[in-house]
Design a protein around this ligand. Structure first.
Ligand code: BGC
Length: 387
């Protein structure tokens, strides 16, 4: 609870089944030496990913490892099953193995103690797609424009459910979900989405069923719509409860869902309700998970998703660590340094870290081929879904 609270404070201030192979310990690197030096032994990089129940992280970890190896490093990826104490153990083990760099997608602010240890050892730490809150014991955060991700999610359901056409006399009905309250991104996703939805709600054309936090700063209501650890079963149960209670007397036109894993759980709950057998509400998402993109293409599930090219993010992380270890000027092609309002994305709550942003893209049936053309799916996904 304390962790949840502290990350909420950050937001206020700024506005496993692991595939068996995943958790397998790999052989420790023979020796760790800076890649910068022309020494023969490759430096070792530890990659700490938060979870595998949201599939993207499996891919992120594997891509990061491959990208570091391409640059001549040895690297190992571990996944933490959404448990910060497991992740801290994994990071400690990386430090014991002599890691020169750490790429961390953290679970919660409980990671700060091990990041402090890394800082003492002059290890280069990159916060990977999730800010490491409440510390500035590291220099870089590499992510997407997470406010824009939320904007694109909301634009998806506005389009899918024609929310613009709602009137006070004949309103459109929506309900709201947010991501894990331990993940700093959840606040930006939600605030971006509400920047699009609030004007429609205020005009009276859209009505919110269930809790309505206007922004993530509305802590009580936000906690009610947040989904601990991005757990699909929690979202499904909450949707079932909404359908049986608050939404019993209406037909929902749209559901704001913060990612694909939760979107599919929400759609499942709707499909079990007779009211939605012929027409589902428009549901948003992000991550371009293959099952979601297929449903978007076929019109059998969620309406939209957001493409975040995590292959590019992984490449950028490897480049960043490499340049920093070699003492070179940092130059990440395709990434924008967060400035202006976007600088808040890099506010840890105790200070700012240099933040590089990649650009997200909204995906609907009209452009579902974008991630396919970018080579985002693996062969098996391509075969399974006929991409
Ligand atoms: C990431 C999303 C992901 C979510 C759940 C967020 O921090 O930005 O891509 O869906 O975590 O793992």
């Amino acid at each position: 609870m304390k962790k949840i609270f502290s990350i909420v404070v950050v937001a206020l201030m700024v506005t496993a089944l692991v595939l068996t192979g995943c958790q397998k310990k790999e052989a420790a690197p023979a020796a760790a030496a800076p890649a910068a030096s022309s020494s023969s032994a490759a430096a070792f990089i530890g990659i700490a990913m938060p979870e595998t129940h949201v599939l993207r992280w499996i891919k992120d970890g594997n891509e990061l490892k491959a990208d570091f190896e391409k640059l001549g490093y040895t690297a190992e990826a571990q996944w933490a099953n959404a448990d910060q104490s497991i992740q801290n153990g994994q990071i400690n083990a990386f430090l014991t193995q002599g890691a020169k760099g750490l790429v961390i997608g953290c679970v919660s602010d409980g990671v700060t103690s091990v990041v402090a240890d890394a800082a003492r050892d002059n290890v280069v730490v990159v916060a990977y797609d999730r800010i490491i809150p409440n510390t500035t014991d590291y220099k870089y955060f590499l992510t997407f424009n997470n406010f824009k991700v939320g904007v694109l999610e909301a634009e998806g359901i506005v389009e899918g459910a024609k929310l613009n056409e709602g009137t006070a006399a004949n309103p459109k009905y929506i309900t709201l979900f947010a991501g894990s309250p331990t993940d700093g991104n959840s606040f930006f996703f939600f605030d971006g989405a509400m920047s699009v939805l609030n004007p429609l709600i205020e005009k009276g054309g859209v009505k919110v069923i269930g809790p309505y936090p206007k922004t993530s700063k509305d802590t009580n209501a936000f906690q009610q719509i947040a989904t601990e650890n991005w757990t699909a079963s929690i979202a499904k149960t909450r949707m079932e409860n909404l359908l049986a209670n608050d939404a019993r007397e209406v037909v929902l036109d749209a559901v704001l869902s913060p990612n694909d894993t939760l979107a599919r759980a929400i759609v499942e709950a709707c499909k079990a309700d007779a009211k939605y057998t012929s027409k589902l509400p428009a549901v948003s998402g992000q991550d371009c998970e293959a099952a979601s993109v297929a449903a978007i293409r076929d019109g059998t599930g969620q309406y939209s998703t957001v493409f975040k090219n995590t292959q590019k993010l992984a490449e950028a992380a490897a480049m960043l660590v490499d340049q920093e270890l070699k003492g070179q000027a940092i130059n990440i092609p395709g990434a924008e340094i967060a400035t202006g309002d976007l600088k808040e994305i890099g506010n840890t709550g105790t200070g700012y870290v240099t933040t590089y942003l990649l650009d997200p893209v909204k995906i609907t049936k009209a452009n579902y081929k974008v991630p396919i053309d970018a080579g985002f799916f693996n062969e098996e996904e391509t075969k399974t879904y006929g991409f």
